[in-house]
Design a protein around this ligand. Structure first.
Ligand SMILES: [Fe+2]
Ligand SMILES: [Fe+2]
Length: 342
């Protein structure tokens, strides 16, 4: 029962107390600002993470064009991280700080959440810099703005259906919860990548370091908010959580079409359509371990998990087994082929 929910106040205090030492805005601002390290011969994005990397239609693409595809894939990644910070994480943290939801009004929580807000703005900055450095490095005249992700579009579609402000606020909180608690699998995978430019893996390493703290903090924040929710609010929370989880694993290859189109690759429709039909690019689960812990602690697992890939142990194991090493975890968090989290 929710009455049994306990808040780990020690964890929140530890997260907040460590921030001055741990936060990458403090420890790594000079590195991010200084001239980026560049390694000849390394790409901007791992080839194996392109869903069409072994498609016959992509095999004949000349090396320069292939590199451009990888560069644009990295740009989309960064654009999506920024959009998730600006449209998902920050609005929800700001609502919490404004006291829209009771439960985290004490200084301990407010301190830690405000720190996370600072971090998120810094992450936007880091990824903005990453795009510009890439543009300079590759000599691109301009950076295309790629389509919004399905995760983001679903949030706005769902918001538009809700007549009351409190319902829309709660929906924002739910989307941010999934984002904050689940991002690290993908960030960590890219951060350890040896194929891509070191400055790119550095950005994801730094972001992942901050998010490790945010993920733990967010679980405690949401538990505390949930305790204080009315029955109606709890019902809305429980009903929208599966929608958010589905939105994070939904498929949408529109960005890949745009990437290949911008790079001038022929037969884009055929390549992308084949990927959409290919079961190994199917509705892949992401790593929802943090969410699983949260919903178990809130005692709402059964209401949330049904039909959600990633929360059903059998489905998750089967999906991973079909994928080669490394790709599994990455694709788990791609959903539409790109990570989309803050
Ligand atoms: Fe975060
Ligand atoms: Fe972030």
């Amino acid at each position: 029962m929710s009455e049994d929910i306990t808040i780990d106040r020690t964890l929140v205090q530890r997260v907040a107390a460590a921030w001055p030492r741990r936060s990458t805005i403090r420890s790594d601002m000079v590195t991010i600002e200084s001239a980026a390290e560049y390694e000849e011969g390394r790409s901007d994005y791992p080839l194996r993470l392109l869903p069409f990397h072994d498609h016959p239609g992509f095999a004949d693409v000349p090396p320069e064009q292939r590199e451009l595809v990888l560069t644009l894939a990295w740009v989309v990644y960064n654009q999506r991280v920024i959009s998730a910070e600006e449209h998902v994480a920050n609005p929800a943290f700001a609502l919490v700080m404004r006291g829209v939801f009771p439960g985290t009004d004490d200084f301990m929580f407010r301190r830690a959440i405000q720190q996370a807000l600072v971090d998120e703005h810094w992450h936007t900055y880091m990824h903005m810099m990453a795009i510009e450095r890439t543009r300079e490095l590759r000599g691109l005249a301009e950076i295309p703005q790629f389509p919004h992700s399905v995760t983001y579009r679903r949030l706005y579609e769902e918001r538009a259906k809700l007549p009351e402000a409190w319902e829309r606020d709660l929906l924002s909180l739910v989307w941010a919860t999934v984002a904050e608690v689940s991002i690290n699998a993908y960030l960590t995978l890219l951060s350890g990548d040896q194929e891509i430019q070191p400055m790119h893996s550095l950005v994801t390493t730094l972001h992942a370091r901050d998010e490790a703290a945010h993920g733990s903090l967010m679980v405690e924040v949401v538990k505390s908010l949930y305790i204080h929710m009315t029955r109606r609010q709890r019902r809305a929370f429980v009903q929208s959580l599966p929608k958010a989880l589905h939105a994070f694993v939904a498929q949408d290859f529109s960005a890949w079409r745009a990437v290949l189109g911008h790079a001038g690759v022929p037969n884009v429709d055929a390549i992308v359509s084949d990927c959409e039909l290919d079961r190994s690019n199917g509705p892949l689960v992401r790593n929802f371990k943090g969410i699983e812990r949260l919903v178990r602690e809130l005692d709402i697992y059964d209401q949330v998990a049904e039909g959600v890939p990633g929360l059903e142990p059998a489905a998750a194991t089967a999906a991973r087994a079909e994928l080669p090493d490394g790709v599994g975890e990455a694709m788990l968090s791609l959903g539409d082929g790109f990570p989309d989290l803050a």
